[in-house]
Design a protein around this ligand. Structure first.
Ligand SMILES: [Zn+2]
Length: 206
């Protein structure tokens, strides 16, 4: 039996989007996923495509010089500037995933002063936090209408003060993670969504 192997990076993005869509984290056209290639360009989901049934032609490739490649007249995601900002800030990042979940939005309301304290759960180890009872503050950004403004603020805050975990939250909007691989980015999203669900449930028990 022939084994089909491929290095087409969009396959992983399509699979992840379908998974997140089924979880209710990429409802309709919400959210955007990208992965960086060796030449420094990255594939990102195009604007306005349903995330449950993406195909290869639903992506746009952005080159470091700003050139855009797409199979039609597709526009890159409206939030491309955030992905660009993350790739510039973190050279090791090869994937950047952003989803919109109900729980992330509810959890973002618990932030104070641009920081959201995460509960000291075992799951934090999956985000690289190996401490007993860690104090982990997640960075939360204002959801400016102009996405470039959000990207500028991310750059400003993280240039001087890199975050403890490879993730950020935009208030009443959603979570963004970055990772060394698409698999790791998918895991980070799943871990954070678990943590947000926990926070919302814990709140309801009070
Ligand atoms: Zn978004």
């Amino acid at each position: 039996m022939q084994t089909i192997t491929t290095s087409e990076p969009r396959i992983e993005l399509i699979k992840a989007a379908s998974r997140f869509y089924q979880q209710g984290w990429m409802v309709g056209t919400a959210g955007n996923l990208s992965t960086r290639l060796r030449d420094g360009s990255f594939w990102i989901t195009a604007s306005g495509c349903s995330k449950g049934e993406l195909t290869f032609s639903d992506f746009v490739r952005i080159y470091p010089d700003g050139r855009i490649e797409s199979s039609g007249n597709l526009k890159p995601s409206a939030e491309t500037s955030i992905h660009q900002c993350i790739y510039n800030l973190f050279p090791e990042a090869q994937a950047c995933y952003h989803v919109h979940s109900v729980e992330a939005n509810l959890a973002s309301g618990l932030a104070e002063g641009g920081k959201l304290p995460l509960p000291s759960l075992e799951m934090l180890k999956g985000l690289g936090i190996w401490e007993e009872n860690p104090c982990c503050l997640m960075s939360v950004f204002h959801n400016y209408l102009q996405v470039n403004r959000i990207a500028d603020e991310i750059k400003q805050r993280f240039s001087n003060n890199p975050p403890k975990i490879p993730a950020l939250l935009i208030r009443n909007h959603g979570v963004t993670v970055w990772a060394k691989s698409t698999v790791q980015a998918r895991n980070y999203i799943e871990i954070l969504e678990y943590i947000f669900r926990y926070m919302v449930a814990a709140r309801q028990m009070q």
